[in-house]
Design a protein around this ligand. Structure first.
Ligand code: NDP
Length: 473
């Protein structure tokens, strides 16, 4: 049992001002796995005051001082990487191989990337009589979700630290353990008091207190669209900068010249990874109508081949994060059946033999882009295959979405695939796979605003100042 009932404020572990706890449930067992404290607005006030005091000095540190600090954090992170992975697996149900693999690798990658970006970044640029300076924006509120806990926290904390900002992290109630360990890592690495603070609790209380706070300069949020809208409204009165990374309903277009079997299998497997709880997942798979039968055969085989079970065992997929997430996903599967989508794998209920734990069957439908299952973010292992007539039709379907986060194009003719990528209205597109920590990540349309990852993510935490007359004409 984990007992994480203190907050990290001003360089110390402190009790909440008004004691109140909540239990954390292991999604694989449905048993309580630990306890956290739920903070209140007064804890946030304390943390913001500490961050404001610390900003006076940390905001003035040199890039070299911050580089040394980030290197020290990396050394501590590497010591506790396995522990972080175990915490991720326990809190949100990712299989151990994934939690101790890609989950923690993402955290480490964002840390290393922040170091690389800071090494080369030019904070000052002279143009004629003017000096253009980049300066840290100030005190930041970082509000994160449970689906990729290490990714979501590290993609905010490390660029913010690299920029010279101070911060208050509000981790998700459903997945609070890895954030606690991360706070210990920052402490052990010697992050100065007040630079990093963490208050656990409810989004509607801690999150709102941060978004409305007079002395917070910026909110960076990842999560659902309705909460993103609410944060934007809450932050409006104090004219904060707000970065929003929201949902997606990303299309994966398999072009006519691509290997159908390979790409449909990859897209299906990709959708089931992390139990489908990935904002940029390719949840709409677009294949040529003329090859639909082959696509169905490949997707059925791939989905039926995804093993589901205990995160500690050797399975490809664990449970989804919570009972309510399980029920939401079941509701969408039911909706797909009601709408007349053709179920070709998975379906309602739990996989055979998995009565305990929030396990969902890897599910694939063939449907149309007008169906609810093709329009709303399900955030579970549910793929919808949609047929297209020609490339124009494929692009039209891909862009016919309220969201615009990710996109995927598979094709042998690289020029043709690139041409399709140019026409897709989304913030990030993968052509025949690939991975890049420096590629900006964020959304068009209702998938949010602002960009994370690499130099663009770092720039989110900077203000621009022009000093005219720096050079006298
Ligand atoms: P939320 O958007 O509700 O939660 C994300 C974070 O925001 C959590 O830390 C949450 O706190 C906090 N929060 C909640 N309400 C507020 C508020 N009013 N002001 C400030 N912060 C707040 O996502 P859920 O976890 O409830 O997931 C719901 C749906 O969101 C999913 O089904 C999925 O569709 C989508 N989602 C999308 C993600 C993405 O990466 N795009 C990530 C996660 C979810 P608390 O701990 O109290 O929940």
């Amino acid at each position: 049992m984990r007992n994480y009932t203190q907050f990290y404020i001003d360089g110390q572990w402190v009790d909440p001002i008004a004691p109140r706890t909540a239990q954390v449930v292991n999604p694989a067992t449905e048993e309580v796995s630990g306890t956290i404290s739920l903070g209140s607005a007064v804890d946030v006030d304390k943390a913001v005051a500490a961050a404001r005091r610390a900003f006076a000095t940390f905001g003035e540190t040199s890039a070299k001082e911050r580089l040394d600090l980030l290197e020290a954090i990396l050394a501590e992170y590497l010591k506790r990487e396995t522990e972080l992975g175990e915490a991720v697996s326990e809190e949100m149900g990712a299989p151990m191989s994934l939690a101790c693999g890609f989950h923690t690798l993402l955290g480490k990658g964002h840390l290393s990337t922040a170091i690389e970006v800071l090494k080369d970044f030019k904070f000052e640029e002279q143009r004629g009589v003017t000096m253009i300076r980049k300066e840290p924006i100030g005190v930041c509120g970082l509000i994160t979700p449970w689906n990729w806990p290490m990714n979501q926290t590290c993609v905010k904390i490390f660029p913010a630290l690299a920029a010279g900002c101070t911060m208050i992290l509000k981790p998700p109630q459903l997945a609070p353990y890895s954030a606690q360990i991360l706070a210990e890592i920052l402490h052990d690495a010697g992050v100065p008091a007040g630079v990093f603070n963490m208050v656990q609790g409810k989004g509607s209380e801690i999150g709102t207190a941060l978004s409305t706070h007079e002395d917070v300069d910026m909110i960076s949020f990842t999560g659902s669209e309705p909460v993103g809208v609410q944060i934007q409204k809450d932050a409006a009165d104090t004219v904060k900068r707000v970065g929003l990374e929201l949902g997606g309903k990303s299309a994966w277009i398999v072009l006519d010249d691509a290997s159908l079997a390979t790409n449909v299998a990859a897209a299906t497997g990709g959708m089931m990874g992390n139990s489908g709880q990935t904002c940029s997942a390719g949840s709409r798979l677009l294949v040529p109508n003329a090859r639909m039968d082959d696509a169905i055969a490949a997707a059925t085989e791939a989905a039926n081949g995804v093993t589901v079970g205990d995160p500690k065992g050797n399975f490809a997929m664990g449970p989804v994060v919570s009972k309510s997430q399980y029920e939401i996903i079941q509701g969408y599967i039911e909706k797909g059946l009601e709408e007349g989508a053709k179920l070709i794998a998975g379906g309602l209920g739990k996989p055979d033999g998995l009565d305990k734990g929030y396990y969902v069957k890897p599910t694939v439908f063939v449907g149309t882009n007008h169906m609810v299952i093709a329009r709303e973010e399900i955030f579970g292992p549910v793929l919808v295959i949609i047929g297209y007539d020609d490339v124009d039709h494929a692009v039209e379907i891909a862009n016919d979405s309220n969201f615009g986060l990710g996109g995927y194009v598979s094709g042998e003719d690289l020029d043709a695939a690139r041409a399709v990528s140019r026409r897709m209205r989304t913030g990030a597109i993968w052509v025949n796979g690939g991975f890049d920590f420096h590629a900006p990540f964020g959304g068009y349309k209702r998938s949010g605003n602002g960009r994370e990852w690499g130099e663009h993510g770092f720039a989110e935490y900077l203000e621009t100042k022009s000093v005219v007359g720096w050079n006298q004409a």
